[in-house]
Write a new protein. Structure first.
Length: 243
């Protein structure tokens, strides 16, 4: 869930929408600041896609109200922080979580992620058909392009998000920013921002909803299914594992 602003334009540049398949997730989602966006990007397939008019991170912002949230703090070792706590739930990308531990966890080392280069263009010359987005699963070089104004996120029009495909993103991970923009963008624009998601989408998953090792539980979108709903259900499973 990631939302960024460039001037008066607002961009979702991480997860773009979510679907609902389980009653547990539906019950939680009903309390979120969301609405249905569409039912497909190349025709109506009957499955509602939901978005947040305030940007996708408005959902997590609402959930975090009243919590002691620490941002921009790097945790290098978990052990020194465990004094005074009964347990820890780690929901960061699995390689980052494993790097905090003193001992390996072989059961989780097979988990792998695709990368994604996310490009945001302000005042871009780009006209997209309704509902304001085009999705091509694992498409190359672009797998997703969306107009955040048509989506209902940006008050300023012509705010375009482009997600590069996994192969392009890996191949151009170290490519200078200006060259990546030239390869992905078409037409003119007045401002841009490129974000590099190193752990964008789990490619190799752990089959269960979470994994417990002593008083540490691993959870997130790499457990069970690589969706927003999968991440939420994984969090619920992690809580249940410690109950």
């Amino acid at each position: 869930m990631a939302t960024r602003r460039l001037g008066e334009a607002t961009f979702d540049h991480g997860a773009q929408f979510f679907t609902v398949r389980s009653p547990e997730f539906a019950a939680l989602m009903s309390e979120w600041p969301v609405r249905e966006w569409c039912r497909g990007f190349s025709g109506d397939d009957g499955h509602p896609r939901f978005m947040a008019p305030g940007g996708m991170n408005s959902i997590t912002g609402q959930m975090a109200r009243g919590l002691d949230v620490r941002c921009e703090v790097q945790v290098t070792k978990l052990a020194p922080m465990m004094d005074g706590f009964d347990a820890a739930i780690l929901t960061a990308p699995v390689p980052q979580s494993l790097a905090m531990l003193d001992e390996p966890v072989p059961e989780l080392e097979a988990i792998e992620y695709d990368r994604c280069l996310a490009l945001m263009l302000r005042n871009a010359e780009q006209d997209l058909p309704p509902p304001g987005a085009i999705q091509t699963v694992d498409g190359e070089p672009v797998c997703w392009i969306a107009d955040n104004h048509a989506k209902g996120v940006s008050g300023e029009p012509r705010a375009i998000t482009i997600h590069a495909g996994p192969e392009f993103s890996l191949r151009h991970w170290e490519t200078p920013e200006e060259e990546v923009v030239a390869l992905l963008a078409t037409g003119s624009f007045t401002e841009y921002k490129l974000h590099r998601w190193k752990f964008a989408k789990p490619r190799v998953l752990y089959p269960e909803r979470c994994y417990r090792r002593g008083n540490i539980v691993f959870a997130g979108d790499a457990f069970g299914e690589a969706r927003v709903e999968g991440a939420v259900l994984s969090g619920l499973a992690a809580a249940a594992a410690l109950d």
